[in-house]
Design a protein around this ligand. Structure first.
Ligand SMILES: Nc1ncnc2c1ncn2[C@@H]1O[C@H](COP(=O)(O)OP(=O)(O)O)[C@@H](O)[C@H]1O
Ligand SMILES: [Mg+2]
Ligand SMILES: [Zn+2]
Length: 537
């Protein structure tokens, strides 16, 4: 059996079938009953709200001889012909494709003839505002002296484009958009009769998407059913209608929190393939980060309406990120929202924002580390005063410039060592500098830079490209004023730098990276237990 689309199958056949336009159907029904029928009607309103349907019911009602007055029987030959579109006396003309004077002339020729079987010849002209001016003028002549056996029904989505001369000769009815409540009720009725299983929430989602058009609501339901079969899960509706389902959003926030650029790009790709709306996605992502923050601040908050599983996932992500970082994400999302709204390249902008978000974690944690380093440095500088007295200046001068960090102290502000170098790289290439910031400086010696790989895939492989490595060597020689070698240490190897040298001081510290050893050596220092605890974060 051929599947008949719902919009067709469910076309109203009597006035009572028409949903949400009672002000119109009631009036027309009474007019038919009382035989007070105007020569011409104009039906205005959005697409899919019942204009054509009402026009046909009306045409049937005025020609049907067997039904109750005002209610077509839908079984007599006249009614059936009109329903099937084969009636000689009722013609539907598409104003958009029959715009010219010729068509209207032909129409004027035809109206001279009496109806073949019914009482009236009815002309339904759809999208009447599309007619050309000469065609309107020809039509106007007919409207000025209409034969009593002819009725016109004009339908249009743009009544204001219809000349006033025409309007003034019509009885005008404005069809309303159908309220969501009525759409839902009608969809429920359809589902029940058709044997579809679908929740009210699901129908509400469809109704919202249909924006007051019953035809759109029915076509959306068609799409959902053709995709899922008669039993429909809410999640499927979200999937099909392009409303962001929670999963995609949760994946997106996780990609950002984990700092995975490739994953972010993949998500944008999926958004495009599904035909999702970028701005809608963006709003949902903002909501998600807001919810993540709320789940930390106030886990019992009423606005966090979701399943337990969703709630657990939310909490898990929120804990990975931490409140401070979540706030940074939100700030950035808010700051960049306008960009997305105004751009003609939403995909590009969305990618850029997501990548930036995913980098934020790294940059922040680097800043965090820097901050801690500063604290450390301060401690060492403070400690140095004491140490110096003990160890004497001679030892300090033994390792001049082997590690840049001491130089970055207050005494030599101009030369800020590695940090200064990073600023210099920033001035050349921001991405390059950002990658380096994601990496970790292990040692900086007069002719050697030792770096530990960054922790995300993109930055970790950045220097695998010989071109980039060459560039880094160039930057170094430009900034430090000498040829330097670059040595890359794997991320894991670099991980234990600050682990448990403990009270054994120098001897146990041989595993430590160069700079720290230097500091220890210079200051005859010793790493305190609590320091390593804080540093490890
Ligand atoms: N008010 C309504 N009540 C019930 N069904 C409607 C209504 N409006 C539209 N429909 C559904 O949408 C289909 C198309 O409606 P139609 O009357 O052609 O809309 P319009 O002419 O305003 O674009 C109908 O066959 C019917 O299934
Ligand atoms: Mg129509
Ligand atoms: Zn009939």
């Amino acid at each position: 059996m051929v599947y008949e689309v719902l919009a067709r199958k469910w076309r109203p056949q009597i006035f009572q079938d028409v949903v949400g336009q009672e002000h119109i159907t009631q009036t027309l029904m009474n007019a038919v009953k009382e035989d007070r029928i105007a020569h011409a009607y104009l039906f205005g309103g959005a697409r899919g709200v019942g204009k054509t349907s009402v026009a046909r019911v009306f045409a049937k009602a005025i020609n049907c001889r067997s039904g109750e007055p005002g209610t077509p029987c839908n079984t007599c030959p006249s009614c059936m012909e009109i329903t099937s579109g084969s009636a000689m006396d009722v013609q539907e003309i598409d104003g958009a494709s029959n715009r010219g004077i010729e068509e209207i002339r032909e129409l004027r020729e035809n109206i001279k003839y009496m109806p073949t079987s019914g009482r009236y010849r009815v002309y339904i002209i759809d999208e009447v505002h599309m007619l050309t001016l000469p065609a309107f003028n020809a039509l106007l002549k007919t409207l000025e002296e209409p034969p009593s056996h002819v009725k016109f029904i004009f339908a249009t989505t743009d009544p204001h484009k219809v000349p006033v001369t025409i309007l003034s000769r019509c009885q005008r009815y404005d069809f309303k958009r159908i309220p969501p409540q009525n759409l839902i009720l009608q969809l429920e009725k359809i589902c029940q009769k058709e044997g579809f299983e679908i929740s009210r929430t699901g129908l509400a989602v469809i109704a919202a998407k249909a924006e007051g058009s019953m035809r759109d609501a029915e076509s959306l339901l068609d799409q959902v059913i053709s995709f899922t079969g008669r039993k429909v899960e809410d999640a499927d509706i979200a999937d099909i209608l392009g409303i962001m389902d929670r999963e995609l959003i949760a994946e997106a926030s996780l990609a950002v929190i984990e700092g995975s650029g490739p994953k972010c790009l993949e998500i944008v790709d999926r958004i495009y393939n599904y035909g999702y709306d970028t701005r809608e996605f963006y709003r949902s992502l903002m909501d998600q980060f807001r919810n993540l923050a709320v789940s930390l601040i106030d886990p019992e908050n009423q606005t966090l309406e979701m399943s337990d599983a969703d709630r657990r996932e939310l909490r898990r992500q929120a804990e990975i990120a931490g409140l401070e970082r979540l706030q940074q994400y939100l700030n950035l999302l808010i700051a960049r929202e306008e960009d997305l709204r105004t751009t003609s390249h939403p995909r590009l902008v969305l990618e850029a924002i997501l990548i930036r978000l995913s980098r934020l974690g790294n940059l922040l944690s680097f800043e965090d580390i820097l901050h801690k380093l500063e604290l450390l440095e301060k401690r060492f500088t403070e400690g140095a005063v004491g140490c110096r007295i003990e160890s004497g200046p001679a030892e300090v001068s033994e390792s001049p410039g082997r590690y840049a960090a001491p130089e970055s102290g207050p005494a030599q502000k101009e030369d800020r060592g590695w940090e200064g170098f990073l600023d210099y790289v920033s001035s050349k290439s921001i991405p390059f500098a950002n990658v380096l910031r994601n990496w970790r400086l292990v040692g900086l010696q007069p002719d050697l830079v030792e770096l530990a790989k960054g922790d995300n895939t993109f930055s970790a492989s950045y220097l695998d490209d010989p071109e980039r490595k060459k560039r880094l060597i160039e930057y170094c020689s430009e900034y430090f004023g000498k040829e330097m070698q670059i040595r890359v240490v794997a991320g894991e190897k670099a991980a234990p730098p600050l682990q448990s040298p403990g009270k054994n001081g120098l001897k146990a510290a041989v595993d430590l990276p160069g700079p720290i050893q230097d500091v220890l050596e210079i200051f005859k220092g010793e790493i305190q237990g609590d320091l390593h605890g804080k540093e490890k974060k």
